[in-house]
Design a protein around this ligand. Sequence first.
Ligand SMILES: *Cc1c(COP(=O)(O)O)cnc(C)c1O
Length: 235
Amino acid sequence: MSDLNSLQKHLSEVHARMQAACARANRSPGDITLVAVTKYTDLASIRGLYDLGVRDFGESRPQQLAARAAELPADIRWHLIGHLQRNKAAIVLPVTSLIHSVDSLRLARQLQADALKQQRTIACLLEVNVSGEVSKDGWSPDDLRAAWSELVTMSHIEFRGLMTMAPLEGDPEAARPVFHGLRNLRDELIALQPEQTLPELSMGMSGDFEVGIEEGATLVRVGSALFEELPDQQP
Ligand SMILES: *Cc1c(COP(=O)(O)O)cnc(C)c1O
């Protein structure tokens, strides 16, 4: 676990990097939400960041998200960023502010059915495999274009935008075409269904969130830069 001083130091560094990227891109820091990814860290570190003012936390495992949400303050906004199996949809619905990882029509249909049953509306992002890597979760752009007219009819899901993961390479510039592609795809989906706004783009992790911000990210998902002694180290 990280002590409060090192958490504070890392948080300030991340904020400074975000601000520098905003300045380069002529954007307002208030338009970008830092989602602190806590999948590798403990409750004490989450409480530490909470005390430093962070309210958006991301978990990749549904069970861990639900367990932590039950133990931590109710004003935390929990983001599910990892793959969601259909049989876990019902447990995350009551405790999740935003699901970043809707990666198939079958999962979307399940979420719609469970949300209807629970009489709630769930905010979601569609995870896109922009780079086409075979190992990766996410819609291919073609499959998403084809499913879009059905997705927009789902009454209990609010699709708020798109999410992607860049290839994990050392060079953050490798992420730029991927992030740019996600933004173009978002604009294309809006053109197909003009009543949809899709304001959110979730793109950028510890190694490449500056590039994400320069390419239009509204959410950056940052784990190791907040919680590891070596800010550049990838888990
Ligand atoms: C773990 C994870 C992150 C955070 O990665 P870091 O490189 O530690 O910042 C972001 N997004 C997703 C989907 C993740 O699984």
